[in-house]
Write a protein that binds this ligand. Structure first.
Ligand code: ADP
Ligand code: MG
Length: 701
């Protein structure tokens, strides 16, 4: 078998006994030669470059120092115990600190000896120190570094105590690439290697660990990134193609009575061009005989609900039922009321099903769904419970899809013996190339324009200490007839504290805005649904001017007269959440405001987030910053977790390669849909290898 060398269990490598094998598996997930050789250095250090201690500045990353250890001692006790050693060179001294692995490090350091030190300085207590640096006696370092361009591998305390620090891992790597059994077949076809001038696989895997020079290292890296992203794209494109071949979709040939009547007589405003374009794209899908799997992206307030309704009308026109699923009850209620009102008199029957639907109503709904009299069901995930049975569900729309888990979506597939068309909507904008990966098996439509007449929300940052300024501003807004949201964070870990905080804030607001001049609503997750809905309604009807809430109102809520959003503890939210919250205002014709209240002391990241919000109203721009700050791992909607486990490529920095590999994958499948050609057999082998190793993605929908 071609891949047998790479398949070899790690214990068969020279230098790896049972104990190390166990550790490599546990600590790094390295089970085979393949895993080891794909464990790439996180950095290379030019061993010819030494810093002096005085040269250390705030923004240096990992550096190499040369100096003598003067003093080694333990400080503190119990969990606070640490080992501190002082390093000095001719320009100054710096402390090195270890919090664990004492025995191992104690055995390694001797006072009075010269060392080379490698680590990342951090600013602590008014000076720099180095936490857990790597170190090596200078003489040994000089002897071993025949090559000044040296790879560094991340390691763990446990591995280090088994001799597998960065250098130890590098030794294993050497044993692997110099094995006389080595056999690493090329897995990209020649025409791709040739067109993109890619380094062959074996050289790339060798050079990435032991580069002859920085240029070759870069070429090796480029090749490996290309390979990694190419196979992801190929798998996604194949998945999509297979699904399109295998799964027949319901055909909705007509645009009939309901859609046309609605368009002519009921439409509350002109559709934006962006809405029209998207509806057209969806109509093509629905008439094509293929099962639709489409993602509809549109910034907050871009008018996705109306698109959802019109698409549902097409399904109903063709004799099918549709459902619209929302992540919260508040939002389901709102959708129900909006759509109900918009279609009054049209003759479609729309119903609401949530966790708090009463048994008697539930019975009526069940009947209407099974006999087909009910056309559109709106609800929360109560919709996908097994006992909800449709007569002929043809279309499923999922709002704010990033709030749902994969399993919940998978359940929907099973609602009908024939999978329904699926439209998922999201207001979490992500860059196009990232979408190609995260949603690579879906088609994507984008509403790229907001309805006309929207004024950008003016966003301000206010420190807690100058909070009083806000009160006057709020009073003025209320005098002008506007309404105000005040949002408090409620985070699971500190729920009790947060809730106390919210109630305290609520009391303070009531004191500043007393009856009978003002009235205040409150909504939080711990309230009964009926109470929540009651408070929401008071606010919607304008009986209250201020709504104090937790993030239960984060998504979807649409109250155009509310024009001020005050976010307390804004530093505790991520960017996409802040953007969502801000999206609750700026929906009417009035100038809207968002006030971000934060503590007086902010971390650098928090400040960047706040400044980004103050500086931009554009969801895509904000998403890019978010991505840079957090990496894609945390991004809302990162469902295909296997995809996020990249070994070398980076979904943010390698945008260009993502786009290229996507095109190449499509080109290849176009030229050879079943991958039958001889020249593509290396690709087929790799695909098999990957699906054996990481599982099949076909269960992801
Ligand atoms: P989102 O895309 O965030 O779900 P909504 O569907 O809630 O946005 O729409 C936001 C607001 O814009 C609603 O008040 C809606 O009535 C209004 N709206 C939607 N489409 C248009 C349009 N074409 N012209 C004017 N207003 C619109
Ligand atoms: Mg919405």
């Amino acid at each position: 078998m071609a891949d047998s060398f790479l398949d070899t269990p790690i214990e068969y490598l020279k230098g790896v006994g049972p104990k190390r094998a166990e550790l490599l598996k546990k600590e790094l997930g390295i089970f085979s030669f393949y895993d080891l050789i794909h464990f790439f250095p996180f950095r290379y250090v030019d061993r010819s470059r030494f810093y002096t201690i005085r040269e250390i500045e705030n923004d240096v990353n990992y550096i190499q120092l040369k100096g003598t250890i003067r003093n080694v001692q333990y400080i503190g006790a119990g969990r606070g115990k640490r080992l501190v050693a002082t390093l000095s060179d001719h320009t100054g001294t710096i402390e090195m600190v270890w919090f664990q692995g004492f025995r191992w490090i104690e055995g390694k350091i001797k006072t009075g000896v010269e060392y080379t030190i490698f680590g990342k300085p951090s600013w602590f207590n008014g000076r720099f120190n180095l936490a857990h640096p790597e170190l090596e006696p200078l003489i040994e370092a000089q002897a071993s570094s025949s090559n000044p361009f040296m790879p560094f591998y991340s390691s763990t305390e446990k591995l280090k105590s088994a001799g597998l620090d960065s250098k130890g891992i590098s030794k294993l790597m050497k044993n692997l690439v110099s094995s006389d059994r080595i056999d690493i077949p090329e897995n990209l076809p020649f025409w791709i290697l040739d067109r993109y001038k890619l380094m062959p696989r074996l050289s790339a895997l060798t050079q990435i660990h032991f580069p002859d020079n920085p240029e070759i290292q870069q070429k090796a890296e480029a090749r490996l990134k290309f390979e990694e992203l190419f196979f992801i794209q190929l798998r996604l494109c194949k998945l999509k193609a297979t699904r399109e071949q295998k799964v027949k979709g319901f055909v909705f040939p007509v645009v009939g009575h309901f859609f046309n009547e609605f368009f002519k007589l009921y439409l509350p405003f002109q559709l934006t061009d962006a809405q029209k374009k998207v509806i057209r794209e969806i109509r093509v899908d629905l008439g094509s005989g293929k099962q639709m799997n489409r993602l509809l992206q549109g910034d907050v307030g871009s008018g996705k609900t109306l698109v959802a309704l019109m698409v549902a009308l097409i399904a109903i026109d063709n004799g099918f039922q549709a459902c619209l699923m929302s992540p919260t009850e508040i939002l389901a209620n709102q959708h129900y009321q909006t759509l109900q009102k918009m279609t009054q008199g049209l003759g479609v029957s729309i119903h609401l099903l949530t966790g708090s639907t009463k048994a008697a109503v539930r019975k009526i709904i069940d009947e209407g769904l099974t006999n087909g009299n009910f056309h559109l069901l709106i609800g929360t995930h109560a919709l996908i419970e097994e006992n909800v049975v449709f007569k002929n569900l043809g279309l499923v729309i999922i709002d704010e899809q990033h709030r749902f888990g994969v399993e919940q979506r998978a359940k929907l597939w099973k609602k009908s013996n024939h999978p329904p068309h699926i439209l998922v909507m999201t207001a979490t904008p992500i860059p196009r190339t990232l979408a190609m990966t995260l949603y690579g098996d879906l088609d994507i439509s984008v509403i790229d324009k907001l309805p006309p007449g929207r004024k950008p929300v003016v966003t301000r940052h206010v420190y807690e200490s100058s909070r009083l300024r806000i009160i006057g501003f709020m009073k003025k807004q209320i005098e002008g007839g506007r309404q105000i949201f005040i949002v408090y964070p409620l985070i699971k870990e500190s729920e009790k504290l947060d809730l106390a905080n919210l109630m305290e804030g609520y009391d303070a607001i009531i004191r500043s805005f007393p009856l009978p001049h003002y009235a205040v609503s409150i909504v939080h997750g711990k309230m009964k649904s009926a109470d929540k809905e009651f408070e929401m309604q008071r606010f919607i009807k304008g009986q209250t001017q201020i709504m104090v809430a937790t993030t239960v109102i984060e998504v979807g809520v649409d109250i155009p007269n509310a024009s001020v959003m005050i976010i307390e503890n804004a530093e505790r939210y991520g960017l996409s959440q802040l953007h969502q919250l801000r999206g609750r205002v700026g929906r009417g014709a009035d100038q809207s405001y968002c006030v971000l209240v934060t503590g007086d002391k902010l971390s650098a990241d928090s400040l960047t987030r706040i400044q980004t919000m103050v500086g931009s109203n554009n969801g895509f721009e904000i998403a890019e910053v978010d991505l840079r700050l957090r990496g894609p791992g945390d991004l809302a909607g990162t469902r295909q977790s296997g995809i996020m486990d990249l070994k070398i490529a980076n979904l943010v920095r390698d945008e260009a390669i993502i786009a290229t590999t996507r095109n190449i994958a499509m080109e290849l499948l176009h030229a050879d849909p079943r991958l039958e050609k001889d020249i593509h057999q290396p690709v087929v082998r790799q695909l098999l290898f990957l699906s054996k190793k990481y599982g099949d993605w076909s269960s992801i929908s």
